[in-house]
Design a protein around this ligand. Structure first.
Ligand code: NAP
Length: 244
């Protein structure tokens, strides 16, 4: 893994942080992207370096084309290649449809869906040249089954699924795989205000997942040789909430 390079969007905290640390522990060089949490992102980088790995932090709002260009340029300047892209950054702006403002809709679509498009398009040229690459898009079970109060979020996460399958078909002949993962409830800042009892009732395994468990699945898709034959798939990691 020593020469491989991974970009993990939104890896200053939560699931992205766990993915960055997991990939770095395998010897990958990791780009820790963040929007606002500079200190937290630098802490992730320090953690990785303390454990013998290599990483840099790059500030970039991935909903912004110029920022995405900066993210890719910084990565190529520092490490010279891009083997893995984990499109993880995401936000919520939950409101029932009747109360949802255009801004609530647009902000979530811009980051959670357009951001995935911008980052994927920005790395694909490099991956096509290399004739290899693995892209993992972090969707959600909400993109599969919906959730009241999350019309914007579920539309974006469902959009990621269609995007994943289309791009997977476009680039398969060039040795690039594109897959989506669909977490259920994972213990991060995003889920800290959930009503515990109601949530636990809906999870067959009766607990929230951990960022490290999501990182393990991502590691498999991103680096395991046997994942080379998996593309265009959606893999749920949700304690059994959605059984397809
Ligand atoms: P989180 O703890 O809130 O972390 C979100 C990350 O996204 C942070 O690193 C944040 O960076 C980054 N981010 C936010 N806006 C950004 C922007 N404009 N540009 C670049 N990065 C940005 O969230 P999480 O729970 O780990 O969620 C990670 C992903 O998993 C999201 O896509 C989420 O939708 C998905 N997911 C989560 C769950 C769950 O239960 N937690 C379930 C299903 C899917 P800053 O800290 O710098 O703002």
């Amino acid at each position: 893994m020593d020469s491989k390079v991974a970009i993990v969007t939104g890896s200053s905290q939560g699931i992205g942080r766990a993915i960055a640390i997991e990939l770095a522990s395998l010897g990958l060089k990791v780009v820790v992207n963040y929007a606002n949490s500079k200190a937290a992102a630098e802490e992730v980088v320090k953690d990785i370096i303390r454990n013998g790995g290599e990483a840099i932090a790059v500030q970039a709002n991935i909903a912004n084309l110029e920022d995405v260009k900066k993210l890719i340029d910084n990565t190529l300047n520092k490490f010279g290649r891009i083997d893995i892209l984990v499109n993880n950054a995401g936000i919520t702006r939950d409101k029932l449809l009747l109360r949802m403002k255009l801004d609530d809709w647009q902000t979530v679509i811009d980051l959670n869906l357009t951001g995935v498009f911008l980052c994927t398009q920005a790395v694909i040229k490099t991956m096509l040249k290399q004739k290899n690459g693995r892209i993992i898009n972090v969707s959600s079970i909400v993109g599969e089954v919906g959730n009241p109060g999350q019309a914007n979020y579920s539309a974006a996460k469902a959009g990621i699924l269609g995007f994943t399958k289309s791009v997977a078909k476009e680039v398969a002949s060039r040795g690039i795989t594109v897959n989506a993962i669909a977490p259920g409830f994972i213990k991060t800042n995003m889920t800290k205000d959930l009503e515990k009892e109601n949530v636990l009732q809906s999870i067959p395994l009766k607990r929230l997942g951990t960022p490290e468990e999501v990182a393990g699945l991502t590691r498999f898709l991103a680096v395991d040789p046997s994942a080379a034959y998996i593309t265009g798939q959606v893999i749920n990691i949700d304690g059994g909430m959605v059984m397809n």
